[in-house]
Design a protein around this ligand. Structure first.
Ligand code: FMN
Length: 439
Protein backbone atom coordinates (compact mmCIF):
# COMPACT_ATOMS: atom_id res chain seq x y z
CA UNK A 1 0.00 0.00 0.00
CA UNK A 2 1.32 3.39 -0.90
CA UNK A 3 1.48 6.09 1.68
CA UNK A 4 -0.77 8.39 -0.30
CA UNK A 5 -3.57 5.88 0.04
CA UNK A 6 -3.17 5.79 3.79
CA UNK A 7 -3.28 9.57 3.84
CA UNK A 8 -6.40 9.81 1.79
CA UNK A 9 -8.30 7.27 3.81
CA UNK A 10 -7.23 8.28 7.29
CA UNK A 11 -6.89 12.03 7.53
CA UNK A 12 -6.38 15.16 5.62
CA UNK A 13 -2.97 15.52 7.15
CA UNK A 14 -0.97 12.51 5.98
CA UNK A 15 0.71 10.32 8.60
CA UNK A 16 -1.65 10.34 11.52
CA UNK A 17 0.63 11.09 14.42
CA UNK A 18 -0.44 10.37 17.97
CA UNK A 19 -0.13 13.05 20.55
CA UNK A 20 -0.10 13.13 24.25
CA UNK A 21 -3.76 13.85 24.76
CA UNK A 22 -4.68 10.62 22.98
CA UNK A 23 -3.65 8.49 25.91
CA UNK A 24 -5.73 10.51 28.28
CA UNK A 25 -8.64 10.13 25.88
CA UNK A 26 -8.75 6.47 26.78
CA UNK A 27 -9.54 7.16 30.34
CA UNK A 28 -11.48 10.36 30.50
CA UNK A 29 -12.67 11.82 27.22
CA UNK A 30 -15.74 10.96 25.21
CA UNK A 31 -13.84 11.94 22.11
CA UNK A 32 -11.09 14.28 21.05
CA UNK A 33 -9.21 15.54 18.07
CA UNK A 34 -5.81 14.13 17.31
CA UNK A 35 -3.03 16.05 15.66
CA UNK A 36 -3.52 17.19 12.08
CA UNK A 37 -7.26 17.37 12.59
CA UNK A 38 -7.75 13.64 12.74
CA UNK A 39 -10.92 12.90 14.70
CA UNK A 40 -10.95 10.30 17.43
CA UNK A 41 -13.77 7.82 17.35
CA UNK A 42 -16.43 8.70 19.89
CA UNK A 43 -16.56 6.15 22.65
CA UNK A 44 -19.97 4.79 23.44
CA UNK A 45 -19.21 3.97 27.01
CA UNK A 46 -16.90 5.61 29.45
CA UNK A 47 -13.63 3.95 28.67
CA UNK A 48 -11.22 3.09 31.40
CA UNK A 49 -7.52 2.58 31.37
CA UNK A 50 -6.50 -0.66 32.97
CA UNK A 51 -4.22 1.08 35.41
CA UNK A 52 -6.84 3.37 36.82
CA UNK A 53 -9.78 1.00 36.88
CA UNK A 54 -7.96 -1.79 38.57
CA UNK A 55 -7.29 0.13 41.70
CA UNK A 56 -10.97 -0.10 42.55
CA UNK A 57 -12.35 -3.19 40.94
CA UNK A 58 -10.37 -6.06 39.66
CA UNK A 59 -7.91 -6.30 42.48
CA UNK A 60 -10.69 -7.14 44.86
CA UNK A 61 -12.95 -9.12 42.50
CA UNK A 62 -10.85 -10.70 39.84
CA UNK A 63 -13.45 -13.34 39.14
CA UNK A 64 -16.63 -12.03 37.55
CA UNK A 65 -19.69 -12.85 39.60
CA UNK A 66 -21.72 -13.71 36.52
CA UNK A 67 -19.64 -16.72 35.51
CA UNK A 68 -20.92 -19.72 33.61
CA UNK A 69 -23.28 -20.07 30.69
CA UNK A 70 -25.50 -17.19 31.79
CA UNK A 71 -23.02 -14.46 30.99
CA UNK A 72 -24.35 -11.96 28.50
CA UNK A 73 -23.05 -11.87 24.95
CA UNK A 74 -21.56 -8.46 25.68
CA UNK A 75 -19.64 -9.95 28.59
CA UNK A 76 -18.42 -12.86 26.50
CA UNK A 77 -17.46 -10.84 23.49
CA UNK A 78 -15.54 -7.78 24.55
CA UNK A 79 -13.85 -7.47 21.16
CA UNK A 80 -15.91 -4.43 20.16
CA UNK A 81 -15.41 -2.48 23.37
CA UNK A 82 -11.70 -3.31 23.29
CA UNK A 83 -11.50 -2.16 19.70
CA UNK A 84 -12.92 1.25 20.58
CA UNK A 85 -10.29 1.74 23.24
CA UNK A 86 -7.48 0.75 20.94
CA UNK A 87 -8.78 2.94 18.13
CA UNK A 88 -8.72 5.89 20.50
CA UNK A 89 -5.17 5.20 21.57
CA UNK A 90 -3.85 4.29 18.11
CA UNK A 91 -5.94 6.29 15.65
CA UNK A 92 -4.03 5.22 12.54
CA UNK A 93 -5.07 1.59 13.05
CA UNK A 94 -7.96 -0.08 11.29
CA UNK A 95 -10.19 -2.87 12.54
CA UNK A 96 -9.62 -5.66 13.08
CA UNK A 97 -6.28 -4.76 14.60
CA UNK A 98 -3.31 -6.56 13.06
CA UNK A 99 -0.14 -6.22 15.12
CA UNK A 100 3.35 -7.00 13.87
CA UNK A 101 4.89 -8.71 16.92
CA UNK A 102 8.36 -7.64 18.07
CA UNK A 103 10.69 -10.41 16.90
CA UNK A 104 14.24 -10.11 18.11
CA UNK A 105 16.39 -8.62 15.33
CA UNK A 106 13.94 -9.76 12.63
CA UNK A 107 11.28 -7.09 13.26
CA UNK A 108 13.30 -4.05 12.32
CA UNK A 109 12.12 -0.50 11.71
CA UNK A 110 11.29 -1.14 8.04
CA UNK A 111 8.90 -3.94 8.98
CA UNK A 112 7.32 -2.07 11.89
CA UNK A 113 6.74 1.09 9.86
CA UNK A 114 5.31 -0.88 6.92
CA UNK A 115 2.83 -2.62 9.24
CA UNK A 116 1.72 0.66 10.82
CA UNK A 117 1.44 2.39 7.46
CA UNK A 118 -1.02 -0.29 6.38
CA UNK A 119 -3.26 0.45 9.37
CA UNK A 120 -1.74 -2.20 11.61
CA UNK A 121 0.53 -1.67 14.60
CA UNK A 122 4.15 -2.56 13.96
CA UNK A 123 6.57 -3.33 16.79
CA UNK A 124 10.35 -3.26 16.52
CA UNK A 125 11.93 -6.29 18.20
CA UNK A 126 14.80 -6.26 20.67
CA UNK A 127 18.18 -5.91 18.98
CA UNK A 128 21.41 -7.82 19.43
CA UNK A 129 22.46 -5.26 22.04
CA UNK A 130 20.38 -2.95 24.26
CA UNK A 131 21.81 0.04 22.35
CA UNK A 132 20.38 -1.27 19.07
CA UNK A 133 16.85 -0.23 20.04
CA UNK A 134 17.68 3.49 19.95
CA UNK A 135 19.26 3.08 16.52
CA UNK A 136 16.18 1.23 15.25
CA UNK A 137 13.85 3.88 16.66
CA UNK A 138 15.95 6.58 15.00
CA UNK A 139 15.58 4.76 11.68
CA UNK A 140 11.82 4.35 12.23
CA UNK A 141 11.50 8.07 13.02
CA UNK A 142 13.33 8.86 9.79
CA UNK A 143 11.12 6.55 7.72
CA UNK A 144 8.00 8.07 9.24
CA UNK A 145 9.26 11.62 8.73
CA UNK A 146 10.11 10.84 5.10
CA UNK A 147 6.71 9.32 4.47
CA UNK A 148 5.02 12.25 6.14
CA UNK A 149 7.05 14.74 4.13
CA UNK A 150 6.24 12.89 0.91
CA UNK A 151 2.56 13.22 1.72
CA UNK A 152 2.92 16.96 2.27
CA UNK A 153 1.75 16.73 5.89
CA UNK A 154 3.36 18.39 8.91
CA UNK A 155 6.34 16.49 10.25
CA UNK A 156 5.82 14.04 13.05
CA UNK A 157 8.42 12.36 15.18
CA UNK A 158 10.72 12.93 18.08
CA UNK A 159 12.52 15.85 16.52
CA UNK A 160 9.48 17.74 15.36
CA UNK A 161 7.17 18.08 18.31
CA UNK A 162 7.55 17.82 22.02
CA UNK A 163 4.49 15.65 22.42
CA UNK A 164 4.31 13.47 19.29
CA UNK A 165 4.43 9.70 19.70
CA UNK A 166 5.88 7.50 16.99
CA UNK A 167 3.18 5.31 15.43
CA UNK A 168 5.20 2.15 16.09
CA UNK A 169 6.02 0.15 19.21
CA UNK A 170 9.16 -1.47 20.56
CA UNK A 171 9.63 -4.77 22.38
CA UNK A 172 11.88 -5.53 25.32
CA UNK A 173 12.97 -8.89 26.70
CA UNK A 174 13.09 -8.39 30.44
CA UNK A 175 15.30 -11.26 31.62
CA UNK A 176 18.39 -9.91 29.87
CA UNK A 177 17.28 -6.39 28.97
CA UNK A 178 18.87 -3.20 30.22
CA UNK A 179 16.18 -1.08 31.82
CA UNK A 180 18.25 2.11 31.98
CA UNK A 181 19.22 2.02 28.30
CA UNK A 182 15.70 0.98 27.27
CA UNK A 183 14.06 3.76 29.29
CA UNK A 184 16.32 6.37 27.82
CA UNK A 185 15.53 5.21 24.24
CA UNK A 186 11.80 5.29 25.00
CA UNK A 187 12.07 8.75 26.58
CA UNK A 188 13.90 10.07 23.54
CA UNK A 189 11.84 8.50 20.74
CA UNK A 190 8.47 7.96 22.42
CA UNK A 191 7.04 4.98 20.60
CA UNK A 192 3.26 4.67 20.93
CA UNK A 193 3.73 1.49 22.98
CA UNK A 194 6.33 -0.78 24.50
CA UNK A 195 5.85 -4.55 24.64
CA UNK A 196 7.29 -6.38 27.63
CA UNK A 197 8.02 -10.10 27.67
CA UNK A 198 9.91 -12.80 29.49
CA UNK A 199 10.58 -11.56 33.02
CA UNK A 200 12.91 -13.86 34.97
CA UNK A 201 11.02 -13.29 38.23
CA UNK A 202 7.45 -12.75 37.12
CA UNK A 203 5.33 -9.72 37.92
CA UNK A 204 7.79 -7.90 40.23
CA UNK A 205 10.15 -7.56 37.26
CA UNK A 206 7.30 -6.42 35.04
CA UNK A 207 6.25 -3.83 37.65
CA UNK A 208 9.77 -2.46 37.82
CA UNK A 209 9.99 -2.03 34.05
CA UNK A 210 6.46 -0.64 33.79
CA UNK A 211 7.03 1.97 36.49
CA UNK A 212 10.34 3.13 35.06
CA UNK A 213 9.10 3.26 31.47
CA UNK A 214 5.98 5.18 32.48
CA UNK A 215 8.20 7.69 34.24
CA UNK A 216 10.37 7.94 31.14
CA UNK A 217 7.50 8.41 28.69
CA UNK A 218 4.12 8.78 30.41
CA UNK A 219 2.15 8.69 27.17
CA UNK A 220 3.75 5.53 25.82
CA UNK A 221 1.44 2.65 26.64
CA UNK A 222 2.56 -0.63 28.15
CA UNK A 223 1.74 -3.91 26.44
CA UNK A 224 2.56 -7.13 28.27
CA UNK A 225 2.78 -10.53 26.60
CA UNK A 226 1.72 -13.41 28.85
CA UNK A 227 1.01 -17.09 28.22
CA UNK A 228 -0.92 -18.32 31.25
CA UNK A 229 -3.98 -17.35 33.29
CA UNK A 230 -1.74 -16.96 36.34
CA UNK A 231 0.48 -14.40 34.61
CA UNK A 232 -2.59 -12.51 33.39
CA UNK A 233 -4.07 -12.33 36.89
CA UNK A 234 -0.76 -11.29 38.43
CA UNK A 235 -0.56 -8.50 35.87
CA UNK A 236 -4.06 -7.11 36.28
CA UNK A 237 -3.92 -7.33 40.07
CA UNK A 238 -0.58 -5.60 40.29
CA UNK A 239 0.01 -2.00 41.29
CA UNK A 240 1.19 -1.30 37.74
CA UNK A 241 -1.20 -3.15 35.42
CA UNK A 242 -0.49 -3.03 31.70
CA UNK A 243 -2.56 -1.08 29.19
CA UNK A 244 -2.88 -4.09 26.87
CA UNK A 245 -2.42 -7.82 27.48
CA UNK A 246 -1.11 -9.94 24.62
CA UNK A 247 -2.31 -13.49 25.20
CA UNK A 248 0.25 -15.77 23.61
CA UNK A 249 -0.88 -19.28 22.75
CA UNK A 250 1.35 -22.34 22.51
CA UNK A 251 1.28 -22.20 18.69
CA UNK A 252 3.51 -19.12 18.75
CA UNK A 253 6.91 -19.04 17.13
CA UNK A 254 9.92 -17.92 19.13
CA UNK A 255 9.89 -18.04 22.91
CA UNK A 256 6.77 -18.84 24.87
CA UNK A 257 5.76 -20.92 27.84
CA UNK A 258 8.01 -23.99 27.99
CA UNK A 259 5.61 -26.51 29.48
CA UNK A 260 2.35 -24.90 30.60
CA UNK A 261 1.32 -23.14 27.39
CA UNK A 262 -2.01 -23.85 25.73
CA UNK A 263 -3.72 -22.62 22.58
CA UNK A 264 -5.28 -19.17 22.75
CA UNK A 265 -8.64 -20.61 21.72
CA UNK A 266 -9.20 -21.64 25.34
CA UNK A 267 -6.65 -19.43 27.10
CA UNK A 268 -7.94 -16.11 25.85
CA UNK A 269 -11.63 -16.51 26.75
CA UNK A 270 -10.72 -17.79 30.20
CA UNK A 271 -8.51 -14.75 30.71
CA UNK A 272 -11.25 -12.52 29.30
CA UNK A 273 -13.71 -13.89 31.86
CA UNK A 274 -11.24 -13.61 34.72
CA UNK A 275 -10.23 -10.05 33.86
CA UNK A 276 -13.74 -8.90 32.99
CA UNK A 277 -14.24 -5.33 34.02
CA UNK A 278 -10.58 -4.46 34.07
CA UNK A 279 -10.88 -2.53 30.82
CA UNK A 280 -7.61 -4.03 29.62
CA UNK A 281 -7.89 -5.02 25.96
CA UNK A 282 -6.68 -8.49 24.98
CA UNK A 283 -4.74 -9.22 21.81
CA UNK A 284 -4.32 -12.84 20.67
CA UNK A 285 -0.97 -14.20 19.49
CA UNK A 286 0.13 -17.61 18.29
CA UNK A 287 -0.60 -19.39 15.04
CA UNK A 288 -2.48 -16.57 13.31
CA UNK A 289 -1.36 -16.15 9.72
CA UNK A 290 -4.51 -15.37 7.78
CA UNK A 291 -8.04 -14.00 8.09
CA UNK A 292 -9.36 -17.28 9.47
CA UNK A 293 -7.11 -17.02 12.47
CA UNK A 294 -8.13 -13.40 13.01
CA UNK A 295 -11.82 -14.30 12.88
CA UNK A 296 -11.20 -17.08 15.43
CA UNK A 297 -9.41 -14.64 17.75
CA UNK A 298 -12.20 -12.07 17.48
CA UNK A 299 -14.71 -14.84 18.19
CA UNK A 300 -13.12 -15.66 21.52
CA UNK A 301 -13.01 -12.04 22.61
CA UNK A 302 -9.74 -10.57 21.33
CA UNK A 303 -9.49 -6.99 20.12
CA UNK A 304 -7.07 -8.07 17.43
CA UNK A 305 -4.13 -10.33 16.75
CA UNK A 306 -0.36 -10.16 16.89
CA UNK A 307 1.45 -12.07 14.14
CA UNK A 308 5.12 -12.93 14.16
CA UNK A 309 5.77 -15.91 11.93
CA UNK A 310 3.69 -14.53 9.06
CA UNK A 311 5.89 -11.44 8.95
CA UNK A 312 9.06 -13.54 8.81
CA UNK A 313 7.91 -14.11 5.23
CA UNK A 314 7.61 -10.40 4.47
CA UNK A 315 9.90 -8.38 2.25
CA UNK A 316 10.80 -6.01 5.08
CA UNK A 317 11.80 -8.69 7.63
CA UNK A 318 15.45 -8.52 8.73
CA UNK A 319 16.03 -12.17 7.98
CA UNK A 320 18.48 -14.34 6.04
CA UNK A 321 17.21 -15.84 2.81
CA UNK A 322 17.81 -19.43 3.92
CA UNK A 323 15.69 -18.85 7.03
CA UNK A 324 12.91 -17.15 5.11
CA UNK A 325 12.87 -19.87 2.43
CA UNK A 326 12.45 -22.47 5.16
CA UNK A 327 9.49 -20.63 6.70
CA UNK A 328 7.81 -20.66 3.28
CA UNK A 329 8.76 -24.30 2.56
CA UNK A 330 7.81 -25.90 5.88
CA UNK A 331 4.42 -27.50 6.39
CA UNK A 332 2.70 -29.36 9.20
CA UNK A 333 3.57 -27.21 12.19
CA UNK A 334 2.55 -30.03 14.53
CA UNK A 335 5.03 -32.47 13.06
CA UNK A 336 7.79 -30.12 12.03
CA UNK A 337 8.07 -27.58 14.84
CA UNK A 338 9.01 -28.16 18.46
CA UNK A 339 9.77 -26.16 21.60
CA UNK A 340 13.32 -26.79 22.71
CA UNK A 341 16.32 -24.99 24.17
CA UNK A 342 18.60 -27.02 21.91
CA UNK A 343 19.09 -24.31 19.31
CA UNK A 344 19.66 -21.56 21.88
CA UNK A 345 22.46 -23.66 23.30
CA UNK A 346 23.93 -24.50 19.89
CA UNK A 347 24.08 -20.78 19.19
CA UNK A 348 25.69 -20.10 22.52
CA UNK A 349 22.67 -18.46 24.13
CA UNK A 350 22.24 -19.50 27.75
CA UNK A 351 20.33 -18.07 30.66
CA UNK A 352 16.75 -18.00 29.43
CA UNK A 353 14.47 -18.48 32.45
CA UNK A 354 13.33 -22.11 32.53
CA UNK A 355 9.65 -21.19 32.16
CA UNK A 356 10.28 -20.14 28.54
CA UNK A 357 11.48 -22.04 25.51
CA UNK A 358 11.39 -21.29 21.78
CA UNK A 359 9.37 -22.98 19.04
CA UNK A 360 11.49 -23.76 16.00
CA UNK A 361 11.27 -25.68 12.74
CA UNK A 362 13.18 -28.92 13.23
CA UNK A 363 16.22 -29.93 11.17
CA UNK A 364 19.27 -32.22 11.40
CA UNK A 365 20.38 -30.89 14.79
CA UNK A 366 17.08 -31.89 16.37
CA UNK A 367 16.95 -35.26 14.61
CA UNK A 368 20.47 -36.14 15.71
CA UNK A 369 19.87 -34.81 19.23
CA UNK A 370 16.87 -37.13 19.47
CA UNK A 371 19.04 -39.98 18.24
CA UNK A 372 21.46 -39.34 21.10
CA UNK A 373 24.33 -37.48 19.40
CA UNK A 374 26.54 -35.71 21.94
CA UNK A 375 26.10 -31.96 22.32
CA UNK A 376 29.75 -31.39 21.54
CA UNK A 377 29.37 -33.05 18.13
CA UNK A 378 26.11 -31.24 17.43
CA UNK A 379 27.74 -27.93 18.23
CA UNK A 380 30.68 -28.61 15.90
CA UNK A 381 28.38 -29.59 13.03
CA UNK A 382 26.16 -26.58 13.76
CA UNK A 383 29.01 -24.12 13.58
CA UNK A 384 30.28 -25.63 10.33
CA UNK A 385 26.80 -25.35 8.83
CA UNK A 386 26.43 -21.72 9.92
CA UNK A 387 29.70 -20.90 8.18
CA UNK A 388 28.06 -22.01 4.93
CA UNK A 389 25.43 -19.28 5.04
CA UNK A 390 21.93 -19.98 3.78
CA UNK A 391 22.51 -23.75 3.72
CA UNK A 392 22.40 -23.64 7.54
CA UNK A 393 18.59 -23.66 7.26
CA UNK A 394 16.27 -26.22 5.71
CA UNK A 395 15.59 -29.87 6.56
CA UNK A 396 19.26 -30.70 6.18
CA UNK A 397 20.34 -27.53 7.93
CA UNK A 398 21.41 -27.26 11.54
CA UNK A 399 20.66 -23.85 12.99
CA UNK A 400 17.71 -22.20 14.75
CA UNK A 401 14.67 -21.53 12.60
CA UNK A 402 12.33 -20.01 15.16
CA UNK A 403 8.79 -20.05 13.79
CA UNK A 404 5.29 -20.99 14.87
CA UNK A 405 2.89 -23.79 14.04
CA UNK A 406 1.35 -21.64 11.32
CA UNK A 407 4.22 -22.22 8.89
CA UNK A 408 2.14 -24.61 6.80
CA UNK A 409 -0.21 -21.75 5.92
CA UNK A 410 2.55 -19.46 4.64
CA UNK A 411 3.30 -19.95 0.97
CA UNK A 412 4.99 -16.80 -0.25
CA UNK A 413 6.97 -13.73 0.73
CA UNK A 414 4.90 -10.55 0.41
CA UNK A 415 5.31 -6.89 1.30
CA UNK A 416 4.24 -6.45 4.92
CA UNK A 417 1.62 -3.85 4.03
CA UNK A 418 -0.04 -6.27 1.64
CA UNK A 419 -0.03 -8.95 4.31
CA UNK A 420 -1.76 -6.62 6.76
CA UNK A 421 -4.36 -5.50 4.24
CA UNK A 422 -4.96 -9.01 2.90
CA UNK A 423 -5.37 -10.61 6.33
CA UNK A 424 -7.60 -7.80 7.56
CA UNK A 425 -9.81 -7.89 4.51
CA UNK A 426 -10.10 -11.69 4.62
CA UNK A 427 -11.08 -11.53 8.29
CA UNK A 428 -13.77 -8.95 7.59
CA UNK A 429 -15.06 -11.08 4.71
CA UNK A 430 -15.31 -14.11 7.01
CA UNK A 431 -17.14 -12.16 9.69
CA UNK A 432 -19.62 -10.87 7.11
CA UNK A 433 -20.19 -14.30 5.60
CA UNK A 434 -20.66 -15.88 8.99
CA UNK A 435 -23.51 -13.53 9.69
CA UNK A 436 -25.32 -15.56 7.02
CA UNK A 437 -25.48 -18.43 9.51
CA UNK A 438 -28.38 -16.69 11.20
CA UNK A 439 -30.62 -16.77 8.11
C1 FMN B 1 11.53 -15.43 15.19
C2 FMN B 1 10.71 -14.92 16.34
C3 FMN B 1 11.30 -14.09 17.28
C4 FMN B 1 10.53 -13.60 18.35
N1 FMN B 1 11.10 -12.74 19.24
C5 FMN B 1 10.35 -12.20 20.22
C6 FMN B 1 10.89 -11.21 21.08
O1 FMN B 1 12.06 -10.83 20.97
N2 FMN B 1 10.09 -10.66 22.03
C7 FMN B 1 8.78 -11.06 22.16
O2 FMN B 1 8.08 -10.52 23.02
N3 FMN B 1 8.25 -12.00 21.38
C8 FMN B 1 8.99 -12.57 20.40
N4 FMN B 1 8.44 -13.51 19.58
C9 FMN B 1 7.06 -13.97 19.83
C10 FMN B 1 6.06 -13.02 19.27
O3 FMN B 1 5.94 -11.91 20.13
C11 FMN B 1 4.65 -13.62 19.13
O4 FMN B 1 4.19 -14.08 20.37
C12 FMN B 1 4.58 -14.77 18.17
O5 FMN B 1 5.33 -14.51 17.01
C13 FMN B 1 3.14 -15.03 17.78
O6 FMN B 1 3.00 -16.28 17.20
P1 FMN B 1 3.23 -16.55 15.64
O7 FMN B 1 4.69 -16.56 15.47
O8 FMN B 1 2.60 -17.89 15.44
O9 FMN B 1 2.55 -15.46 14.88
C14 FMN B 1 9.18 -13.99 18.50
C15 FMN B 1 8.60 -14.83 17.53
C16 FMN B 1 9.35 -15.28 16.46
C17 FMN B 1 8.69 -16.14 15.43
Amino acid sequence: MRFSRLSSTKSQGGWPSVRGNCRRALSTHAGCTCSYGMPFPLLRQRPVSGARFLSTSLVAHHRPNNTGPFRTMEDKLQSLAFRERLAAAYPWTKAPLIVGAPMRVMSGPELAVAVSRAGGFGFIGPGLTPQATAADLETAAGLIAAATAASGAPQAGPHSSSSALLPVGVGFQLWNGDLGISASAVARYRPAAVWLFAPANGQPDVDRWTTRLREAAPETRIWLQIGTLREALDAVRSASPPDVLVVQGAEAGGHGRASDGIGFITLLPEIADATQGSGIPLVAAGGVVDGRGVAAALGVGAAGVAMGTRFLASREARIKKGYQDEVVRATDGGGNTVRTQLYNHLRGTFGWPEQFSPRTIINRSWVEHQAGTAMEDLKKRHDEAVAKGDAAWGPEGRTATYAGTGVGLIRSVEPAGEIVEGVRSEALGIVRRLSGLSH
